[in-house]
Design a protein around this ligand. Sequence first.
Ligand code: ADP
Ligand code: MG
Length: 289
Amino acid sequence: MGIIKAKNLIYNYIRQDEEDNTEEISEAVRDVSLDIREGEFVAILGHNGSGKSTLAKHMNALLLPTEGTIWIGGMDSRDEDHLWDIRQTAGMVFQNPDNQIIASVVEEDVGFGPENIGVPTEEIWKRVDECLKAVGMTAYRKKSPNRLSGGQKQRVAIAGVMAMEPKCIVLDEPTAMLDPNGRREVIRTVRELNRQKGITVILITHYMEEVINADRIIVMDEGEIVMEGTPEEIFSRVEELVRYRLDVPQVTELAYRLRKKGVPLSPCVLTVDEFVKELTEVYRAGKEG
Ligand code: ADP
Ligand code: MG
């Protein structure tokens, strides 16, 4: 069994009137099964309302299945005795960094989680050092989070989750509120945590271009998994992606194709400007070498 495994997971939001009569049922997740290996980088793509957040909230027992089962680190999310272990196994990062940052100094914010669970002070500082370094925010440790850019705040939020030493980190549209620079910073950070620290990453997004480097892509539509495969496989099925209302940015597709042909472009090309810059560098390097 992988670090996260779901079997026939179903989740319905039920709205009731004042007399507890069911008014409306929204089938947000319909029969999802998946198995995510430890150390894997999985991206979950899908249009708005496809059930991504509902699924994500099951990975941390914020929601419990209507039917079916999800195991986190082998623990059934319904097992209340393990709630704490589950939350510590899978850390969550949400869309809005402002809602996740609590303290008025960056380093305190990162240390808040471990302090809360009684980690010894010396160990807390060690973790704060390491996590800030891992997200490239050491220089800002004494600063107020309010003064940071969106991308920097989100990296602090990621450091705060990392400080809890989860095996797995689930990011629900972490770049949705960021500009292209912030988005790139966050995606790069996440990738490095995965590659260098072996943290299992589940990245939820509706930006195609952010998933090029995943080991596996899962596409959701109307609560179901409708596509699954490596970036190579998924990116070659453009028509289906369009059918599921995902737009494949031309520049990403182009960079992707060139990379596949051996042109050493960074996998983080998100904009035309970046593409031009990267290509110019490749060209220069080619001329010099
Ligand atoms: P995504 O994250 O992919 O945008 P969600 O998981 O948020 O999708 O939503 C899936 C479906 O569930 C949508 O149809 C949405 O309207 C519905 N939904 C989400 N949250 C609630 C809620 N709190 N109450 C009722 N319906 C909800
Ligand atoms: Mg969502």
